[in-house]
Design a binder for this molecule. Structure first.
Ligand SMILES: [Zn+2]
Length: 74
């Protein structure tokens, strides 16, 4: 069973909440692609056990909700 993570992007021009499978290379189980760098642009939420839970959390950020085009979570 896959889990899901949501990346909340704080940047004004890219404000969004994007849903990923945990195994997605961009998600890397909530670590992102540069886990050692820290990230001022946003943060990860999760893991979530269901897509619905991730979707709810994404909407709760108040940002536009997107799904990763790479891992296509559902
Ligand atoms: Zn993804």
């Amino acid at each position: 069973m896959s889990t899901f993570h949501v990346y909340e992007n704080y940047r004004g021009d890219q404000s969004k909440a994007k849903i990923h499978f945990a195994s997605c290379q961009w998600c890397n189980f909530g670590e992102g692609i540069h886990p050692e760098a820290g990230d001022e642009n946003g943060r990860w939420h999760g893991p979530f056990n269901t897509f619905e839970a991730a979707d709810d959390a994404a909407y709760e950020t108040g940002r536009p909700v997107k799904k990763c085009k790479k891992c296509k979570p559902s």
